[in-house]
Structures are given as structure tokens and as C-alpha cells.
Design a protein around this ligand. Structure first.
Ligand SMILES: NC(=O)c1ccc[n+]([C@@H]2O[C@H](COP(=O)([O-])OP(=O)(O)OC[C@H]3O[C@@H](n4cnc5c(N)ncnc54)[C@H](OP(=O)(O)O)[C@@H]3O)[C@@H](O)[C@H]2O)c1
Length: 399
């Protein structure tokens, strides 16, 4: 059967996915990029053609409109849909895949637009429907969630007999030169960061104030950074799927300058997600803020420095305590040179492409709705090394 792959969403991540899918066109067949603004798709298609020689089709689609997406799927007939629009579109796109008989991949779990809350329950509720339809939905195939889940599965398979604790550590030591900007969609990013912190320990969820818990961490290559405990969606599936786990937490680094700006924006009400009346019309402050902040896609040429994201894992192996850090370091400017995007979009787009590759090549193709760690980590880990996100494991002293 002739392969075809549809990408929906033409933002920072969509741009990287389009480039990486085209670089691996033999695995993906014919490629289409669709979004609500087709001109953005066409601009990306031109860049992809110039850098890889591969021609990708484009289309206009409203991903919130199930019928419109179904019509596009029936016309283009892809085996796999890669959803790199926004988390709000996850459910309509899963519905459309069920109607049209298409496998589904995304990078972020569903979030209702009017309630800043993300969890897997809405998407896990599709398990039976995907199973019955013989279709596969792969959830959270970005970096975190995504690669971090696969790191844990790899550690469980190869490095430990039993894992006790996981700390996921996400550091961005890049500098774009603006006083304040977010590296991916500002609305999604700020909604995530301003939530209360949450982690899982001994079978229970524990809450903290937003960014209340701080940990200094000496990252490989980029050095010492302050990292703050946040709730992050991969905790929800990993605490169920990593056997014997006692505690799992997620930390992200922020500079003092970033946190000061965020505090002010929050204190003055600019991060509110409820509509307010302004000069005779309703506006949502965080959406207005998004409109005046730098477009994340425009940060690429300006951003210098590196990211380091990894999992610090403790446990036992052959009766001895062990502690390792599995990680990737990614350079913003190298990413820009390759695909005209900074490292945040790059580190999300490469795994989104790889998740779809695992479905197209059959290695992870099984009916149902799956989180990344529920698959054999080996083929994915192997491809990370050759597709732009090489990883390392370092042994750390056991406390
Ligand atoms: N797992 C991870 O590690 C990770 C990390 C970063 C981001 N992410 C996720 O990656 C996804 C994309 O992020 P991004 O930074 O690329 O965001 P972005 O730059 O805002 O791009 C989103 C794209 O989706 C399009 N879109 C939005 N609503 C649509 C609709 N109803 N119909 C069709 N297209 C629609 C947007 O269209 P317009 O161009 O018209 O606005 C835009 O092209 C998000 O879900 C984000 O949460 C995951």
C-alpha cells in the first residue's frame, strides 16, 4: 500500500515535523501539511522543498471541525495523522481518525479551552473505540512528554531491575535577547507554568504552590541552573507504567528575569483565561498577551545556547543501588541551521516524526490508545541517535 502522512498544525513544531518527515520521506510516502492558515503551510512547504527537495502538499483545515477533518482524511487517505496543532484539538482529531480509519499521534494531552487543566482521562476514554476500530493512537510523542517517557522505559528494560525514583529535568539555557518571550505557544506555556505544582509519591499525588519547590541542578554541558517543581503530564502515565516506582517529579529551569515578568503579568491579571469586557467587546487577557508577545516561531534566528532535558533515575541493579542521568543536549543555532526553528520546537518535532515513523513502519502499531513508555523503547532510542537528538547515559554517585 502506498504510504501517506498528514501533519496538522503549521506552527513552530509543525515546521520541524514537516522538515523531519520530508528528510525521512521513504518511511512516510506522500506528505501533506494542513492548518487553519494555508499560507503558513505553503511557506513551510517552500522551505522544505528548498532544503530537502521533497514536495509536500498543503491544505486548509479547521481541526476543531470533525467533519472537515474527516473529509480531508478521506480525500488524502493517510495511514497516520500527526497532530501538532494545539491540545484543544486532540479530541476532535481523534474523533476524525476514528471516522476515517487513520492512526493518530500527538505531543500534548487534551486541555479544555475554558479550564486550565490537562490530564489523560479524556483521551484514555478512547481506548476501547480505537481498539475496536483496529487503530492506534500514540499520545505525547514530543520531548517531555515523549522522549522522557521512552528514557524511563529504556531504563526499566536495560539499566535497572527496579526503578525507585525519577526526576525529569528540563533546562533551557538559550537566550533570545527579548526581556520576556515563551519558547512555544505562550497561551499553553503560561497556563502550564502558573498551575499548582504536583508530584507523585508512594501512590499519592502531593501538591505544592506554583513554582514553590526549587532544586539546584548541575546539568551536563550547560552547568548549574535553578529548576522548579511543576506538574507535567507524563507523570500521570509513568506513575502507572513504571513498575515499583516510589516517587516521580518534574522540574523545569526558569531564569529570575523570566519569573519576575511572569509574576507581574499574573499580578496584573494578564494571564487570566476568562473573558473580560474591553471597549465593547469580550477579550481573554492571555490571548491578548499572546498577540503582543514575540511569536515563538520568530525566536529561531535570535536564540543562542543549548537545552538539556533528561531523567535522573535511581533504583537497583544486580542487588546494588544505582543512579543515572539519561539526557540529550540540543543546540538552538544548530537546529535553526537545519530546519529554521529553535531547539524547543526541534526537540518536540523530531520525536513527533519518530512516533509517526514507529506507526508507519509497524514497530509500535497496535490497536488502542498508548503512552510512549508502553512500547519497546529500543527502535525509538536508536532513531533518536540518527535523527538529531542523540542521548547519553551518565552514572551518578549514589547518595
Ligand atoms: N511534548 C512536548 O515536548 C511539547 C513541547 C512543546 C510544545 N508541544 C505541543 O506542540 C503543539 C504545537 O506547539 P507549537 O509551539 O508549534 O504551537 P503554535 O506555534 O501555536 O502552532 C500551533 C499550530 O496549530 C494551528 N492551529 C491552532 N488551532 C487550529 C485549528 N483549530 N485548526 C487548524 N490548525 C490550528 C495554528 O494555526 P495558526 O498558525 O493559524 O495559529 C498553528 O499553526 C502544542 O500542542 C504544544 O502543546 C509539546
Amino acid at each position: 500500500m502506498e504510504k501517506r502522512t498528514l501533519i496538522i498544525g503549521a506552527g513552530g513544531v509543525g515546521n520541524v515535523v514537516a522538515h523531519k518527515v520530508a528528510q525521512n520521506a521513504a518511511e512516510f510516502g506522500e506528505i501533506m501539511l494542513a492548518s487553519r492558515n494555508e499560507n503558513k503551510c505553503k511557506a513551510i512547504a517552500t522551505d522544505v522543498k528548498n532544503s530537502t527537495g521533497v514536495v509536500i502538499k498543503t491544505a486548509k483545515v479547521d481541526a476543531d471541525n470533525v467533519q472537515e477533518v474527516v473529509a480531508l482524511l478521506k480525500e488524502f487517505k493517510p495511514q497516520v495523522l500527526i497532530n501538532v496543532a494545539l491540545p484543544y484539538q486532540d479530541l476532535p482529531l481523534m474523533d476524525a481518525c476514528l471516522h476515517a480509519g487513520v492512526h493518530y499521534v500527538d505531543t500534548a494531552n487534551y486541555e479544555p479551552p475554558n479550564h486550565a487543566k490537562f490530564e489523560y482521562s479524556w483521551q484514555w476514554a478512547y481506548r476501547e473505540r480505537f481498539e475496536k476500530a483496529g487503530l492506534c493512537a500514540l499520545l505525547g510523542s514530543g520531548f517531555d512528554p515523549g522522549v522522557t517517557n521512552v528514557y524511563c522505559a529504556y531504563a526499566q528494560k536495560h539499566l535497572f531491575d527496579e526503578i525507585e525514583t525519577v526526576d525529569i529535568l528540563d533546562a533551557n539555557a538559550g537566550d533570545h535577547g527579548y526581556p520576556f518571550a515563551t519558547n512555544f505557544n505562550p497561551e499553553i506555556n503560561i497556563r502550564e507554568i502558573t498551575q499548582r505544582g504536583r508530584y507523585w509519591e508512594e501512590g499519592e499525588w502531593k501538591e505544592t504552590g506554583p513554582l514553590e519547590v526549587r532544586r539546584e541542578y548541575d546539568f551536563p554541558v550547560i552547568g548549574e541552573k535553578s529548576a522548579y517543581l511543576m506538574y507535567h503530564e507524563e507523570l500521570e502515565s509513568l506513575c502507572q507504567n513504571i513498575k515499583g516506582l516510589k516517587r516521580i517529579r518534574f522540574f523545569m529551569t526558569f531564569s529570575d528575569k523570566y519569573l519576575t515578568h511572569l509574576n507581574v503579568l499574573q499580578n496584573v491579571g494578564m494571564t487570566r483565561i476568562d473573558p473580560i469586557e474591553f471597549q465593547g467587546q469580550k477579550i481573554v487577557p492571555i490571548q491578548f498577551l499572546k498577540a503582543i508577545l514575540p511569536d515563538p516561531a520568530s525566536l529561531g534566528p535570535r536564540t543562542k545556547g543549548k537545552t538539556c532535558i533528561g531523567c535522573e533515575i535511581t533504583g537497583t541493579k544486580d542487588g546494588k543501588k544505582r543512579k543515572v542521568f539519561i539526557y540529550n543536549v540540543c543546540d538552538h543555532q544548530e537546529c535553526y541551521r537545519e530546519v529554521k526553528s529553535q531547539a524547543i520546537s526541534y526537540t518536540t518535532g523530531v520525536p513527533a516524526m519518530l512516533g509517526a515513523m514507529m506507526l508507519q513502519n509497524g514497530k509500535w502499531l497496535k490497536p488502542g490508545v498508548w503512552n510512549m513508555e508502553q512500547n519497546d523503547p529500543d527502535p525509538f532510542m536508536e532513531k533518536l541517535n540518527t535523527c538529531g537528538l542523540p542521548w547519553q547515559v551518565i552514572e551518578l554517585p549514589v547518595d
